[in-house]
Design a protein around this ligand. Structure first.
Ligand code: G4P
Length: 513
């Protein structure tokens, strides 16, 4: 099994690459199906998806499972919109590796960098795919430098592009020095022919190949070769060049996922030990989604199986609450369709329907003994004061806010002045507010009014520091229902000044990892 995510800046080609991986794995016969499928589904979906349609974005992460030869791939989709949401981060924490997709013309972009930091914090190995090599782009050596400089990780190219832009002809596989040529098919819909031949220095009649060969020889000389150990340690990233649109280099990438990406390994537990894969069933909830399908009005907890074998119907104990839940309604989720999941193995994702009282980060197991470390929660960057538009519905308002906070849609912060009547909603991406407002209205019947706040930054702090922080001008201290304390700052300047004046204070960026 390979459980992985594809992370990229919007438009770099994540959707196209996902589809091409499905094509090469034989899960679909012709590319274009995923988009068509999404189109068809959209017709029957109503209110909740309405927001997605309005904004033209995908809010819900989905899991794709496909097979090729003896390997089962679990591809977790990270929401592909411009705004970050906390979901994106959580998905990264549920995978064993990730593919970073870069646009050959743009190199590392802001959001790639952010996601990379998350992956790094979790120690997840990364494979890089430089996409759109069929278009005029940056010189490949410059892309390697960019990776090195911006991500602080050494790029070890496994393939090297021959020609660029419209003359992009294929790649040299540096492992065996063969030149792979690819045939284009109409719109790249089907798999085209691929041929390989050894590259020889005598290829002088082809300037692009000669140039690529010389560059590859240079890389050989400096020893920038893939090294499995340093890749697994997150120190290096193997780089593949290609074009997802034209299927160039996609097969080589898929094979590399099998060859290099790690299989599910024993997961660390809170007590510092590793839970063996063959120990009794356990899993970690990394995402909770309500009303994924309005026809069902349900709530699905997505659990990554960490050990044992999941069989539908097995009762699971939630370590946090001590309560047992039934898994009669478990689904594996393919896109937005649901198949009933009967059996799942470590690395697989199971959607537990109607898992009430299950929150993001919960550890579930047959014996109730498993406890995995908390998921990362990031210091929010956006803040709005919320209040009920109709005082007669303040109960619905409070219930709704509590639900969305527990589900991780937004973080609800209580300040001494606002209390529960006017909590501050905090988010990592602006879209989280849209989702919160929409769901408060649709699901809880509470219209809300959001107002701007003077705050721009938050840091996690401790109870002991509250008094000192409250004395600083412009700073507010708020609490979350889970007991965490956050200090809110009106500007970076104020934050830095506070850190300078009070070096003893705890002010953490990442709330929990
Ligand atoms: P995303 O999920 O990362 O946001 O990117 P997506 O795959 O949707 O790709 C963004 C655009 O880039 C799409 O064009 C897609 O066709 C194009 N693209 C993806 N891979 C390649 C590639 O290897 N070469 C070239 N030349 N283009 C590529 P679009 O016009 O926005 O959409 P569409 O009308 O083609 O679907």
């Amino acid at each position: 099994r390979r459980t992985f995510a594809i992370i990229s800046h919007p438009d770099a080609g994540k959707t196209t690459l996902t589809e091409k991986l499905l094509l090469y794995a034989g899960a679909i016969e012709e590319a274009g199906a995923v988009k068509a499928r999404a189109g068809r589904q959209r017709d029957v979906r109503s209110d909740w998806m309405e927001l997605e349609r309005e904004r033209g974005i995908s809010i819900t992460s989905t899991v794709l499972q496909f097979r090729r030869d003896g390997t089962v791939f679990n591809l977790l989709d990270t929401p592909g919109h411009r705004d970050f949401s906390e979901d994106t981060y959580r998905v990264v924490s549920a995978v064993d590796s990730a593919i970073i997709v870069l646009d050959a013309a743009r190199g590392i972009e802001a959001q790639t960098l952010k996601l990379f930091q998350v992956a790094k914090a979790r120690g997840i190995p990364l494979i890089t795919f430089v996409n759109k090599s069929d278009r005029p782009g940056l010189p490949p050596l410059e892309i390697l430098d960019d990776i090195e400089e911006q991500l602080g990780i050494t790029a070890t190219p496994v393939t090297w592009p021959v020609g660029s832009g419209p003359d992009f002809a294929g790649v040299i596989d540096r492992r065996d020095h063969r030149f792979w040529e690819f045939d284009r098919t109409p719109h790249g819909g089907r798999i085209g022919d691929e041929r390989s031949r050894p590259v020889a220095p005598s290829d002088h009649d082809d300037p692009a190949l000669t140039r690529a060969w010389e560059e590859a020889a240079l890389l050989d000389a400096v020893g920038l070769d893939h090294d499995q150990e340093s890749f697994l340690a997150g120190l290096t990233t193997p780089v593949f060049f290609g074009s997802a649109l034209w299927n160039f280099g996609v097969r080589l990438l898929l094979e590399a996922i099998v060859a290099y990406a790690p299989p599910p390994l024993p997961r660390p537990e809170v007590d510092g030990g590793l839970r063996p894969l063959d120990s009794p069933l356990s899993g970690n909830v990394f995402k909770v989604q309500a009303n994924l399908d309005p026809r069902h009005r349900d709530r699905i907890a997505f659990m990554r199986v960490c050990s044992g074998v999941f069989e539908r119907g097995v009762p699971l104990v939630n370590h946090r609450t001590g309560r047992t839940l039934t898994t009669k309604y478990a689904h594996s989720v393919f896109g937005r369709d649901r198949d009933t999941a009967d059996v799942a193995y470590p690395g697989d994702i199971v959607g537990l329907v109607n898992a009430t009282d299950v929150a993001v980060g919960d550890s579930l197991s047959v014996e109730g003994d498993a406890e995995f470390p908390p998921l990362p929660v990031f210091a929010p960057e956006l803040f709005r004061t919320a209040r009920s538009a109709d005082t007669a519905r303040s109960k619905q308002f409070r219930t709704g806010i509590a639900h969305l906070d527990e589900e991780g849609v937004i973080q609800a912060l209580r300040t001494p002045t606002g209390g529960e009547r006017e909590p501050i909603l905090a988010a990592v991406g602006a879209m989280q507010f849209d989702v919160a407002v929409y769901r408060l209205r649709e699901e809880f019947g509470a219209d809300v009014i959001l107002e701007s706040t003077p705050f721009e930054l938050a840091r996690r702090t401790t109870r002991e520091d509250v008094e000192t922080l409250r004395a600083v001008r412009g700073v507010e201290v708020a609490e979350r229902a889970n007991g965490e304390t956050l200090a809110l700052f009106p500007s970076r300047y104020r934050l830095e000044a506070t850190m300078r004046d009070h070096p003893e204070l705890t002010l953490d960026t990442i709330v929990r990892v």
